[in-house]
Design a binder for this molecule. Structure first.
Ligand code: ZN
Length: 214
């Protein structure tokens, strides 16, 4: 038995989504597709369609702009995500966050597990929750397993900001939004983060907004 129940409909849906060309519409919080557990990718899209789909995800991510995008964020309930971070910004901020460039990657059926107990807390946002950011304590180091778009095995450690990005995207594939695991009292508009909380670390925000840092 195959695990996927409606492969023809899913590939037709993706074909229709890609037909106009250019960036795809991003699904916002409130749509149930962001809350479902995605189907593992198991050939539901043929090789050509998969390649076109991941390129469209990349175009959409870069256009937004963002540093990661998961298939449910364009309404496709498959376990596929893309990540890419060119890591631009003030040097002291990049250093404090361990924000090193993350080359473009496609993650198929990815899962992660923490390596060690260290947590890192920083503001993050999500293209499906536009306008807002909140502080999330995430594992500083994770081991990521899965496949790439060519079916090659991925088994790698990620640290710093790349570790945060892959955790955020893997969580999307399990129906979790970053707000589910954020410090609720840290919730800030993008404008508030730019005006008040642009320090390299969220310690001032924690003190003034009244939330805990691990
Ligand atoms: Zn997101």
């Amino acid at each position: 038995m195959t695990t996927h129940t409606t492969p023809p409909r899913l590939s037709e849906h993706v074909e229709q989504l890609l037909a106009p060309g250019g960036p795809l519409p991003i699904v916002a919080a409130g749509d149930p597709v962001l809350r479902g557990i995605t189907e593992p990718y198991d050939g539901q899209l043929d090789d050509t369609l998969l390649e076109r789909f991941v390129q469209a995800l990349r175009t959409t991510m870069l256009d937004a702009p963002g540093v990661g995008l998961a298939a449910p964020q364009v309404g496709v309930p498959l376990s596929i995500a893309v990540v890419e971070d060119r890591a631009r910004g003030p040097r002291e901020v990049l250093e404090a966050r361990g924000r090193t460039p993350l080359p473009f990657r496609v993650l198929i059926n990815p899962t992660y597990e923490p390596e060690g107990d260290t947590l890192a807390s920083f503001f993050e946002g999500c293209l499906s929750v536009p306008g807002w950011q909140a502080v999330v304590a995430r594992h500083a180091r994770v081991r990521l397993r899965g496949r790439d778009e060519h079916g090659r095995e991925i088994d790698e450690e990620f640290t710093g900001w790349p570790a945060r990005i892959v955790q955020h995207e893997c969580d999307h594939l399990d129906g979790t939004l970053y707000l589910d695991v954020a410090q609720p009292r840290s919730l800030s508009t993008n404008e508030a983060v730019a005006e008040r909380w642009s320090q390299p670390t969220p310690e001032v925000a924690a003190r003034e907004l009244g939330f805990e840092l691990p």
